[in-house]
Design a protein around this ligand. Sequence first.
Ligand SMILES: Cc1ncc(COP(=O)(O)O)c(C=O)c1O
Length: 409
Amino acid sequence: MRLRIRQPARSTKRGLAHRRGLLGEDPQEVSAGGGTRVPEQWHRGSDAYAGLRQSLRVLAPHGGQSEREQRDAARPHGADPPEGSAISRRLPDEIAILRNATECNNLVAQGIDLKAGDEVLIGYLEHDSNRQPWLMKAKRQGIVVKEVAIGTPPSSPDEILRAFETAITPRTRAIATTHCDTVIGAYAPIKELAKLAKAKGLPCFADGAQVPGMIPVNVHDLGVDTYATTCHKWLCSPAGTGLLYVRREMQERIWPNIVTEAWWSQKDARKYEAVSRRPWPVVAALEDAIDFQNAVGRDRIEYRIRALNTYFRGRAAEIPHVKLYTSNDPRLSGAMTSLGMDNVSPLKLREYLRQRFDVYTAERAKGVKYPADPHGVDGIRISLHYYNTSSRSSGCYKACVSFRAAKRS
Ligand SMILES: Cc1ncc(COP(=O)(O)O)c(C=O)c1O
Protein backbone atom coordinates (compact mmCIF):
# COMPACT_ATOMS: atom_id res chain seq x y z
CA MET A 1 0.00 0.00 0.00
CA ARG A 2 1.25 3.47 -0.81
CA LEU A 3 0.00 6.39 1.23
CA ARG A 4 0.92 9.99 0.68
CA ILE A 5 1.34 11.86 3.93
CA ARG A 6 0.24 15.43 3.45
CA GLN A 7 1.90 18.40 5.10
CA PRO A 8 0.41 19.34 8.45
CA ALA A 9 -2.54 21.66 7.77
CA ARG A 10 -1.19 24.74 9.44
CA SER A 11 2.45 24.16 8.76
CA THR A 12 4.18 27.28 7.59
CA LYS A 13 7.58 26.09 8.72
CA ARG A 14 8.77 22.76 7.40
CA GLY A 15 11.27 22.58 10.22
CA LEU A 16 8.60 22.23 12.89
CA ALA A 17 8.52 18.63 11.89
CA HIS A 18 11.83 18.09 13.71
CA ARG A 19 10.40 18.79 17.12
CA ARG A 20 8.08 15.85 17.58
CA GLY A 21 9.62 15.00 20.95
CA LEU A 22 8.19 18.33 22.13
CA LEU A 23 5.06 19.09 20.12
CA GLY A 24 4.62 19.02 16.37
CA GLU A 25 1.79 19.69 13.97
CA ASP A 26 -0.70 17.05 13.00
CA PRO A 27 -1.52 15.51 9.64
CA GLN A 28 -4.42 17.21 7.85
CA GLU A 29 -6.30 13.93 8.09
CA VAL A 30 -6.37 14.43 11.87
CA SER A 31 -6.76 18.17 12.30
CA ALA A 32 -9.40 18.49 9.60
CA GLY A 33 -11.67 15.66 10.73
CA GLY A 34 -11.45 15.07 14.44
CA GLY A 35 -11.23 18.70 15.36
CA THR A 36 -14.90 19.20 14.62
CA ARG A 37 -16.47 15.75 15.03
CA VAL A 38 -18.25 15.08 18.31
CA PRO A 39 -19.85 11.65 18.42
CA GLU A 40 -23.50 11.66 19.39
CA GLN A 41 -23.13 9.21 22.28
CA TRP A 42 -20.76 11.59 24.06
CA HIS A 43 -23.64 13.93 24.70
CA ARG A 44 -25.62 11.09 26.18
CA GLY A 45 -23.08 9.86 28.73
CA SER A 46 -22.57 6.18 29.71
CA ASP A 47 -19.24 4.98 28.31
CA ALA A 48 -18.66 7.97 26.13
CA TYR A 49 -15.46 6.54 24.73
CA ALA A 50 -16.81 3.11 23.80
CA GLY A 51 -15.73 3.34 20.15
CA LEU A 52 -12.44 5.00 20.89
CA ARG A 53 -11.54 2.37 23.46
CA GLN A 54 -11.24 -0.19 20.71
CA SER A 55 -8.66 2.03 18.99
CA LEU A 56 -6.63 2.06 22.16
CA ARG A 57 -5.12 -1.21 21.11
CA VAL A 58 -2.35 1.10 20.01
CA LEU A 59 -0.99 0.14 23.45
CA ALA A 60 -1.34 -3.62 22.79
CA PRO A 61 -1.84 -4.07 19.06
CA HIS A 62 -3.15 -7.17 17.36
CA GLY A 63 0.24 -7.78 15.82
CA GLY A 64 1.63 -11.01 17.20
CA GLN A 65 -1.78 -12.40 18.13
CA SER A 66 -3.35 -15.42 16.54
CA GLU A 67 -6.38 -14.93 14.32
CA ARG A 68 -8.51 -16.44 17.03
CA GLU A 69 -7.23 -13.86 19.49
CA GLN A 70 -7.96 -11.08 17.04
CA ARG A 71 -11.51 -12.34 16.52
CA ASP A 72 -11.94 -12.58 20.22
CA ALA A 73 -10.66 -9.06 20.78
CA ALA A 74 -13.57 -7.84 18.67
CA ARG A 75 -16.18 -9.72 20.73
CA PRO A 76 -18.72 -7.70 22.67
CA HIS A 77 -17.69 -6.35 26.03
CA GLY A 78 -18.45 -8.73 28.87
CA ALA A 79 -18.39 -12.02 26.92
CA ASP A 80 -16.14 -14.71 28.35
CA PRO A 81 -12.87 -14.86 26.46
CA PRO A 82 -11.62 -18.21 25.17
CA GLU A 83 -8.46 -19.42 26.80
CA GLY A 84 -5.36 -17.48 25.82
CA SER A 85 -7.04 -14.30 24.69
CA ALA A 86 -8.13 -12.64 27.93
CA ILE A 87 -5.18 -10.33 27.94
CA SER A 88 -6.00 -8.57 24.70
CA ARG A 89 -9.72 -8.36 25.48
CA ARG A 90 -9.30 -6.72 28.82
CA LEU A 91 -7.19 -3.84 27.53
CA PRO A 92 -10.04 -1.34 26.99
CA ASP A 93 -10.97 -1.73 30.68
CA GLU A 94 -7.41 -1.03 31.70
CA ILE A 95 -6.97 2.34 29.99
CA ALA A 96 -8.08 5.75 31.17
CA ILE A 97 -8.20 8.61 28.70
CA LEU A 98 -6.77 11.61 30.51
CA ARG A 99 -5.28 14.92 29.37
CA ASN A 100 -1.58 14.23 28.99
CA ALA A 101 1.29 12.18 30.39
CA THR A 102 1.81 14.66 33.22
CA GLU A 103 -1.67 13.96 34.51
CA CYS A 104 -1.12 10.20 34.12
CA ASN A 105 2.20 10.21 36.00
CA ASN A 106 0.73 12.38 38.77
CA LEU A 107 -2.26 10.12 39.11
CA VAL A 108 -0.04 7.11 39.72
CA ALA A 109 2.28 8.84 42.19
CA GLN A 110 -0.54 10.44 44.13
CA GLY A 111 -2.84 7.46 43.91
CA ILE A 112 -0.58 4.80 45.43
CA ASP A 113 -0.50 4.55 49.23
CA LEU A 114 3.04 4.67 50.65
CA LYS A 115 4.33 5.62 54.05
CA ALA A 116 7.27 7.59 55.44
CA GLY A 117 10.56 5.85 54.76
CA ASP A 118 9.30 3.86 51.77
CA GLU A 119 11.65 4.19 48.82
CA VAL A 120 10.77 4.74 45.16
CA LEU A 121 13.36 4.38 42.42
CA ILE A 122 13.13 6.75 39.49
CA GLY A 123 15.52 7.25 36.59
CA TYR A 124 18.01 10.01 36.70
CA LEU A 125 16.97 11.52 33.36
CA GLU A 126 13.29 11.42 34.23
CA HIS A 127 11.00 14.11 32.84
CA ASP A 128 9.82 16.41 35.62
CA SER A 129 6.30 15.09 35.26
CA ASN A 130 7.58 11.76 36.56
CA ARG A 131 10.03 13.29 39.02
CA GLN A 132 8.17 16.14 40.74
CA PRO A 133 5.09 14.09 41.73
CA TRP A 134 7.36 11.68 43.60
CA LEU A 135 9.41 14.51 45.11
CA MET A 136 6.19 16.16 46.26
CA LYS A 137 5.13 12.88 47.84
CA ALA A 138 8.48 12.87 49.60
CA LYS A 139 7.72 16.34 51.02
CA ARG A 140 4.16 15.51 52.00
CA GLN A 141 4.48 11.93 53.21
CA GLY A 142 8.17 11.41 53.89
CA ILE A 143 8.86 8.81 51.21
CA VAL A 144 12.41 8.60 49.87
CA VAL A 145 13.03 9.12 46.16
CA LYS A 146 16.22 7.63 44.76
CA GLU A 147 17.40 8.76 41.34
CA VAL A 148 19.27 5.99 39.53
CA ALA A 149 22.13 7.27 37.36
CA ILE A 150 23.00 5.83 33.95
CA GLY A 151 25.65 6.77 31.41
CA THR A 152 24.97 9.33 28.71
CA PRO A 153 24.67 7.32 26.60
CA PRO A 154 24.31 4.07 28.50
CA SER A 155 26.62 1.37 27.18
CA SER A 156 23.93 -1.34 27.07
CA PRO A 157 20.40 -2.13 28.29
CA ASP A 158 22.09 -4.29 30.90
CA GLU A 159 23.82 -1.24 32.39
CA ILE A 160 20.41 0.32 33.09
CA LEU A 161 18.99 -2.90 34.47
CA ARG A 162 21.96 -3.45 36.80
CA ALA A 163 21.84 0.17 38.01
CA PHE A 164 18.24 -0.30 39.14
CA GLU A 165 18.90 -3.73 40.59
CA THR A 166 21.78 -2.38 42.68
CA ALA A 167 19.63 0.48 43.97
CA ILE A 168 16.91 -1.81 45.36
CA THR A 169 16.91 -2.12 49.16
CA PRO A 170 14.53 -3.81 51.60
CA ARG A 171 12.69 -0.46 51.82
CA THR A 172 12.07 -0.12 48.07
CA ARG A 173 8.37 -0.09 47.26
CA ALA A 174 8.24 0.76 43.54
CA ILE A 175 10.19 1.38 40.36
CA ALA A 176 8.78 4.37 38.48
CA THR A 177 10.77 5.16 35.38
CA THR A 178 10.71 6.23 31.79
CA HIS A 179 10.55 3.90 28.82
CA CYS A 180 12.35 6.49 26.69
CA ASP A 181 13.75 9.55 28.39
CA THR A 182 13.25 13.08 27.25
CA VAL A 183 16.85 14.30 27.53
CA ILE A 184 18.91 11.90 25.42
CA GLY A 185 16.11 9.73 24.02
CA ALA A 186 17.54 6.55 25.56
CA TYR A 187 15.32 3.50 25.70
CA ALA A 188 15.24 1.64 29.00
CA PRO A 189 14.83 -2.17 28.98
CA ILE A 190 11.40 -1.67 30.50
CA LYS A 191 10.31 -5.29 30.04
CA GLU A 192 13.33 -6.51 31.97
CA LEU A 193 12.84 -3.80 34.60
CA ALA A 194 9.22 -4.93 35.04
CA LYS A 195 10.45 -8.52 35.38
CA LEU A 196 13.02 -7.47 37.96
CA ALA A 197 10.37 -5.50 39.88
CA LYS A 198 8.01 -8.46 39.84
CA ALA A 199 10.71 -10.80 41.10
CA LYS A 200 11.25 -8.43 44.04
CA GLY A 201 7.52 -8.04 44.68
CA LEU A 202 7.48 -4.41 43.52
CA PRO A 203 5.20 -2.63 41.06
CA CYS A 204 6.76 -1.11 37.93
CA PHE A 205 5.27 2.19 36.74
CA ALA A 206 6.40 3.28 33.27
CA ASP A 207 6.36 6.72 31.70
CA GLY A 208 5.97 6.09 27.97
CA ALA A 209 5.29 9.66 26.85
CA GLN A 210 7.95 9.37 24.14
CA VAL A 211 7.10 5.92 22.80
CA PRO A 212 3.65 5.05 21.33
CA GLY A 213 3.51 6.30 17.76
CA MET A 214 7.28 6.00 17.50
CA ILE A 215 7.73 2.26 17.95
CA PRO A 216 5.05 -0.40 18.53
CA VAL A 217 4.19 -0.94 22.19
CA ASN A 218 2.45 -3.84 23.86
CA VAL A 219 1.86 -3.05 27.51
CA HIS A 220 0.83 -6.62 28.33
CA ASP A 221 3.99 -7.98 26.84
CA LEU A 222 6.08 -5.40 28.72
CA GLY A 223 4.53 -6.64 31.96
CA VAL A 224 4.40 -3.20 33.56
CA ASP A 225 1.78 -2.27 36.16
CA THR A 226 1.02 1.14 34.71
CA TYR A 227 2.01 2.85 31.48
CA ALA A 228 1.51 6.59 30.97
CA THR A 229 1.63 8.21 27.60
CA THR A 230 0.72 11.33 25.74
CA CYS A 231 -0.98 11.62 22.37
CA HIS A 232 0.33 14.94 21.07
CA LYS A 233 3.86 13.71 20.49
CA TRP A 234 4.52 10.65 18.34
CA LEU A 235 0.86 9.73 17.88
CA CYS A 236 0.39 13.14 16.19
CA SER A 237 -2.93 13.95 17.84
CA PRO A 238 -3.81 17.48 18.96
CA ALA A 239 -2.68 18.38 22.48
CA GLY A 240 -5.24 17.43 25.10
CA THR A 241 -5.21 13.65 25.51
CA GLY A 242 -3.03 11.20 27.38
CA LEU A 243 -3.54 7.49 28.03
CA LEU A 244 -2.96 5.71 31.30
CA TYR A 245 -2.82 1.93 31.28
CA VAL A 246 -3.38 0.43 34.73
CA ARG A 247 -3.13 -3.35 34.91
CA ARG A 248 -6.39 -4.71 36.23
CA GLU A 249 -4.90 -6.04 39.47
CA MET A 250 -3.12 -2.73 40.10
CA GLN A 251 -6.41 -0.80 39.91
CA GLU A 252 -7.11 -2.01 43.44
CA ARG A 253 -4.04 -0.15 44.68
CA ILE A 254 -4.19 3.11 42.74
CA TRP A 255 -6.75 5.65 43.86
CA PRO A 256 -8.26 8.18 41.45
CA ASN A 257 -7.42 11.75 42.44
CA ILE A 258 -10.40 13.47 40.84
CA VAL A 259 -13.75 12.04 41.82
CA THR A 260 -17.35 12.95 41.46
CA GLU A 261 -20.80 11.41 41.67
CA ALA A 262 -20.83 7.61 41.96
CA TRP A 263 -17.16 7.22 41.06
CA TRP A 264 -17.00 4.09 43.22
CA SER A 265 -19.41 2.33 40.93
CA GLN A 266 -16.78 2.25 38.18
CA LYS A 267 -14.98 -1.05 38.54
CA ASP A 268 -12.21 -0.51 36.02
CA ALA A 269 -9.90 2.20 34.68
CA ARG A 270 -12.91 4.36 33.82
CA LYS A 271 -12.83 5.41 37.47
CA TYR A 272 -9.76 7.54 36.65
CA GLU A 273 -11.72 9.52 34.06
CA ALA A 274 -14.17 11.34 36.34
CA VAL A 275 -13.20 14.76 35.04
CA SER A 276 -16.72 15.90 34.19
CA ARG A 277 -17.11 17.68 30.80
CA ARG A 278 -14.04 17.99 28.67
CA PRO A 279 -13.05 19.18 25.18
CA TRP A 280 -14.68 16.35 23.22
CA PRO A 281 -13.36 17.26 19.75
CA VAL A 282 -9.82 16.76 20.99
CA VAL A 283 -10.69 13.26 22.17
CA ALA A 284 -12.45 12.54 18.87
CA ALA A 285 -9.32 13.61 17.03
CA LEU A 286 -7.32 10.98 18.91
CA GLU A 287 -9.33 8.23 17.29
CA ASP A 288 -8.56 9.70 13.87
CA ALA A 289 -4.89 10.04 14.72
CA ILE A 290 -4.66 6.40 15.78
CA ASP A 291 -6.60 5.18 12.75
CA PHE A 292 -4.38 7.20 10.47
CA GLN A 293 -1.17 5.73 11.83
CA ASN A 294 -2.68 2.26 11.81
CA ALA A 295 -3.37 2.74 8.11
CA VAL A 296 0.26 3.72 7.54
CA GLY A 297 1.35 0.70 9.61
CA ARG A 298 3.13 0.71 12.97
CA ASP A 299 5.96 -1.53 11.78
CA ARG A 300 6.48 0.65 8.73
CA ILE A 301 6.62 3.74 10.93
CA GLU A 302 9.25 2.13 13.12
CA TYR A 303 11.25 1.00 10.10
CA ARG A 304 11.26 4.48 8.68
CA ILE A 305 12.11 6.35 11.85
CA ARG A 306 14.98 3.95 12.43
CA ALA A 307 16.30 4.51 8.91
CA LEU A 308 16.12 8.31 9.18
CA ASN A 309 17.56 8.59 12.66
CA THR A 310 20.25 5.92 12.37
CA TYR A 311 21.53 7.63 9.25
CA PHE A 312 21.53 11.03 10.94
CA ARG A 313 23.28 9.78 14.08
CA GLY A 314 25.86 7.87 12.05
CA ARG A 315 26.77 10.93 9.99
CA ALA A 316 26.65 13.31 12.95
CA ALA A 317 29.15 11.12 14.80
CA GLU A 318 31.68 11.81 12.01
CA ILE A 319 31.61 15.58 12.56
CA PRO A 320 34.69 16.70 14.53
CA HIS A 321 33.98 17.91 18.06
CA VAL A 322 30.45 16.55 18.09
CA LYS A 323 29.42 14.60 21.14
CA LEU A 324 26.49 12.26 20.71
CA TYR A 325 24.57 11.69 23.92
CA THR A 326 22.30 9.20 22.17
CA SER A 327 23.50 5.72 21.35
CA ASN A 328 23.01 4.39 17.82
CA ASP A 329 22.24 0.93 19.25
CA PRO A 330 18.60 0.23 18.24
CA ARG A 331 17.93 -1.25 21.69
CA LEU A 332 18.85 2.09 23.26
CA SER A 333 17.46 4.65 20.85
CA GLY A 334 14.56 5.59 18.63
CA ALA A 335 13.66 8.81 16.87
CA MET A 336 15.44 11.34 19.03
CA THR A 337 19.09 12.36 18.98
CA SER A 338 20.76 14.52 21.55
CA LEU A 339 24.08 16.02 20.56
CA GLY A 340 26.41 18.77 21.64
CA MET A 341 29.61 20.37 20.33
CA ASP A 342 32.75 21.22 22.27
CA ASN A 343 32.62 24.76 23.64
CA VAL A 344 29.36 25.55 21.91
CA SER A 345 26.28 26.90 23.62
CA PRO A 346 23.27 24.73 22.74
CA LEU A 347 21.22 27.89 22.40
CA LYS A 348 23.58 29.20 19.74
CA LEU A 349 23.47 25.91 17.85
CA ARG A 350 19.70 25.74 18.14
CA GLU A 351 19.27 29.28 16.78
CA TYR A 352 21.71 28.71 13.91
CA LEU A 353 19.86 25.57 12.78
CA ARG A 354 16.51 27.33 13.04
CA GLN A 355 17.45 30.55 11.29
CA ARG A 356 19.67 29.14 8.54
CA PHE A 357 18.15 25.72 7.91
CA ASP A 358 14.60 25.87 9.22
CA VAL A 359 15.45 22.97 11.54
CA TYR A 360 13.68 23.34 14.87
CA THR A 361 15.21 21.55 17.85
CA ALA A 362 14.89 21.51 21.62
CA GLU A 363 17.99 22.44 23.60
CA ARG A 364 19.25 20.55 26.62
CA ALA A 365 21.64 22.97 28.25
CA LYS A 366 23.78 21.90 31.17
CA GLY A 367 22.64 23.45 34.43
CA VAL A 368 19.39 24.76 33.00
CA LYS A 369 17.09 21.86 33.60
CA TYR A 370 19.24 19.16 35.13
CA PRO A 371 21.61 20.92 37.53
CA ALA A 372 22.44 17.66 39.32
CA ASP A 373 23.52 15.95 36.11
CA PRO A 374 26.93 14.40 36.91
CA HIS A 375 27.67 13.44 33.31
CA GLY A 376 26.60 16.67 31.67
CA VAL A 377 24.16 16.91 28.80
CA ASP A 378 24.86 20.10 26.98
CA GLY A 379 23.30 20.02 23.56
CA ILE A 380 20.24 19.98 21.36
CA ARG A 381 17.70 17.27 20.63
CA ILE A 382 16.60 16.53 17.08
CA SER A 383 13.52 14.40 16.41
CA LEU A 384 12.81 12.83 13.03
CA HIS A 385 9.40 11.22 12.63
CA TYR A 386 8.14 8.99 9.81
CA TYR A 387 6.83 11.90 7.73
CA ASN A 388 10.27 13.50 7.49
CA THR A 389 12.06 12.85 4.22
CA SER A 390 15.51 11.37 3.85
CA SER A 391 16.68 14.71 2.48
CA ARG A 392 15.57 16.32 5.74
CA SER A 393 17.58 13.71 7.63
CA SER A 394 20.69 14.51 5.60
CA GLY A 395 19.73 18.21 5.82
CA CYS A 396 20.01 18.05 9.60
CA TYR A 397 23.49 16.59 9.23
CA LYS A 398 24.51 19.27 6.72
CA ALA A 399 23.15 21.97 9.02
CA CYS A 400 25.44 20.72 11.83
CA VAL A 401 28.42 20.58 9.45
CA SER A 402 27.68 24.13 8.32
CA PHE A 403 27.58 25.35 11.92
CA ARG A 404 30.95 23.72 12.60
CA ALA A 405 32.51 25.29 9.50
CA ALA A 406 31.07 28.71 10.38
CA LYS A 407 32.54 28.40 13.86
CA ARG A 408 36.01 27.64 12.49
CA SER A 409 36.04 30.53 10.05
C1 LIG B 1 9.40 11.32 29.04
C2 LIG B 1 8.31 12.34 29.20
N1 LIG B 1 7.38 12.15 30.14
C3 LIG B 1 6.36 13.03 30.30
C4 LIG B 1 6.25 14.14 29.52
C5 LIG B 1 5.11 15.09 29.74
O1 LIG B 1 4.18 14.93 28.70
P1 LIG B 1 2.87 15.79 28.59
O2 LIG B 1 3.22 17.01 27.83
O3 LIG B 1 1.90 14.93 27.85
O4 LIG B 1 2.37 16.08 29.95
C6 LIG B 1 7.21 14.39 28.53
C7 LIG B 1 7.13 15.59 27.71
O5 LIG B 1 8.03 15.97 27.00
C8 LIG B 1 8.26 13.46 28.35
O6 LIG B 1 9.19 13.62 27.42
